[in-house]
Design a protein around this ligand. Structure first.
Ligand code: 13P
Ligand code: SF4
Length: 346
């Protein structure tokens, strides 16, 4: 299986032998070995037919599965061809050769893949997989900001609709937000819609005035500095890593903050004995599956949108070739330009 996330090489190199030992007597024993710490054997027997069907359908349809780091281990470690954060998935979408892309993630990620590789059929297994950030702002809101702040560049988080991207100057992800804002060489920048991401970038770029929008991630806004202090008290010496969608006072209490791929890289390189990933729960599960020597401590929160993906609906998507993600041709070129400008920033 081709795995091309930033962390995958490191992950493959650090796989402990006991986590990859095939389990005899079960279907697909090599694949089960990858997830045996998270999926009970009895559950695997029920999942294996869907995995077998997906592997066959990918060949028949000439399809690849792009999966976000928040996908459950039974998706991330078995049927995904490409895994990563939003930035890695966008970069990899450009290079997909296959006819069909199945996006195991949320709708804005599928839309971004379609924008960047418009000749491909892009499927999402559940059209309801949204995002509270994407829902927090409309294209009309962005036009309003443009009128209110003439001349101020607008940097839009990729967690938005194509219509919102189309009204923006360029996009960013949590993996490149600081570099993107800095690349503008502007004294004032509008950063929308994630207020906390914008405030966290502001802390790193005090020389730039960053104007924000009041959108929040429903998963990360729930973490508090008290959560971090409690975990530090219970586990002295624990390493704390927070996603930059968390409130700034949570990021300030952490040892490191970065995109999901950056969090994964940090853990795989530093190999802390105990770590808390202040983010979606599957992140820890996906690293733990291949790294049993690292102990992952709670808290974590589930993203209900990411969790709409399942092996059953990925199988159905490939069987029925639904649900196809398209972008209004009237705005696709402008939205694509905003994403492509971001990909030029290194
Ligand atoms: P990453 O780009 O860091 O993977 O984040 C995407 C996301 O939706 C986090 O909530
Ligand atoms: Fe959106 Fe938050 Fe879910 Fe990421 S975790 S997809 S930002 S709701």
């Amino acid at each position: 299986m081709l795995k091309v996330s930033i962390m995958e090489d490191a992950m493959a190199a650090t796989v402990s032998p006991d986590s990859r030992t095939p389990v005899p007597g079960l279907p697909l024993p090599d694949l089960y070995a990858r997830v045996s710490r998270h999926v009970p054997a009895i559950e695997w027997a029920a999942l294996a037919p869907d995995i077998e069907a997906i592997l066959r359908l990918k060949r028949e349809r000439n399809a690849v599965i792009l999966a976000h780091n928040y996908q459950a281990p039974e998706i991330f470690h078995t049927v995904a061809d490409i895994v990563g954060d939003s930035l890695a998935l966008a970069r990899e979408a450009v290079n997909v050769d296959a006819d069909v892309i199945v996006l195991a993630g949320v709708h804005f990620m599928a839309e971004t893949a379609k924008l960047l590789n418009p000749g491909k059929t892009v499927l999402i297994p559940d059209m309801g997989a949204g995002c509270s950030l994407a829902d927090s702002i409309t294209a009309a809101d962005v036009r309003g900001l443009r009128a209110k702040y003439p001349g101020v560049p607008i940097v839009t988080y990729v967690n938005t609709s194509a219509a919102v991207k189309a009204e923006s100057d360029l996009c960013c992800t949590s993996g490149n937000a600081v570099a993107v804002v800095r690349s503008l060489n502007a004294p004032r920048v509008l950063m929308i819609p994630d207020e906390f991401l914008a405030q966290n970038v502001q802390a790193e770029l005090p020389e730039i005035e960053i104007l924000t929008w009041a959108g929040h991630c429903e998963v990360h806004e729930r973490f508090t500095p008290g959560d971090i202090r409690d975990v530090r008290e219970s586990y002295p010496g624990v390493t704390v890593i927070a996603h930059p969608e968390c409130p700034p006072d949570v990021v300030a209490e952490s040892d490191f903050s970065g995109s999901t791929a950056m969090m994964m890289d940090f853990v795989l390189q530093k190999r802390p004995r105990q770590v808390v990933l202040v983010t979606e729960c599957s992140m820890a599960d996906n690293i733990a599956a291949a790294n049993p020597d690292i102990e992952f401590i709670k808290p974590c929160n589930m993203c209900p949108h990411m969790k709409r993906m399942s092996l059953a609906n990925i199988r159905r998507a490939l069987e029925t070739m639904t649900h196809e993600v398209t972008v209004d041709p009237g705005l696709a070129d402008r939205a694509r330009a905003a994403v492509e400008r971001m990909l030029l920033v290194r």
